[in-house]
Design a protein around this ligand. Structure first.
Ligand SMILES: [Zn+2]
Length: 212
């Protein structure tokens, strides 16, 4: 699926993802976009190839005979691969894997807006958001880096129009009010690393409530 995607993954995030340095919440958003976008999949492959070339030229270091023997032994063990989850409805394969194949368990945030927290921890959080057509996204107090990937419908804000597959990269400098486009419920996958960055009292009180 490539049609219509105009907002792609910035190069620094592609490089961080390829080298495995991206925190999990962001990595899930990148993986979901890559599964929807041929262009970014090609860019990722190029970065991974570069990483492979670096490994090829790296100095080798010796491992113990014991480790070598154990690895060779383990090769005889039968391999049970976990079943790969595939796209279901608006949810790409990586999201279905994060949901362990189950449909999202939505919780109301009021005014018809719902969220399903996929992961929430020290590295940040990643959630699905469902916003009724035509409605503004409630202020959810992001302060750090925020990645928002549209899975269904569209939203617009001061910076542009984001349809299915489009990725918005927002940092703490951006003040924006996303509004879901008319016509269809907007479902997004959103990741933030800002869970520890609340400075004012009220969001800090609300934080345990919404776990944002
Ligand atoms: Zn892309």
């Amino acid at each position: 699926m490539t049609t219509g995607i105009t907002h792609h993954i910035p190069e620094n995030l592609i490089i961080a993802y390829a080298s495995g340095a991206l925190p999990r919440p962001f990595a899930l958003v990148v993986a979901a976009h890559v599964s929807m976008c041929d262009e970014c999949r090609a860019r990722l492959t190029a970065q991974e190839t570069a990483g492979g070339a670096i490994l090829d030229t790296a100095e080798t270091s010796a491992i113990s005979d014991d480790l070598r023997a154990r690895v060779l032994q383990a090769l005889d063990d039968p391999i049970v691969l976990p079943e790969r989850k595939t796209r279901r409805g608006p949810y790409p394969g990586p999201v279905m894997e994060a949901l362990k194949g189950q449909p999202p368990r939505w919780k109301s945030l009021g005014l018809g807006t719902r969220q399903c927290i996929i992961e929430h921890g020290r590295a940040g959080s990643v959630r699905l958001l469902s916003i009724p057509a035509g409605q503004a996204v409630p202020d959810h107090g992001h302060n750090g880096l925020e990645l928002t990937l549209v899975l269904q419908g569209a939203f617009k804000d001061e910076t542009g129009y984001f349809g299915p597959g489009d990725l918005e990269v927002a940092d703490s400098d951006l003040e924006h009010t996303p509004v879901a486009d008319e016509g269809e419920t907007c479902i997004c996958l959103a990741a933030t690393d800002a869970s520890l960055r609340f400075n004012t009292l009220v969001p800090r009180l609300l934080q345990p409530l919404f776990r944002i």
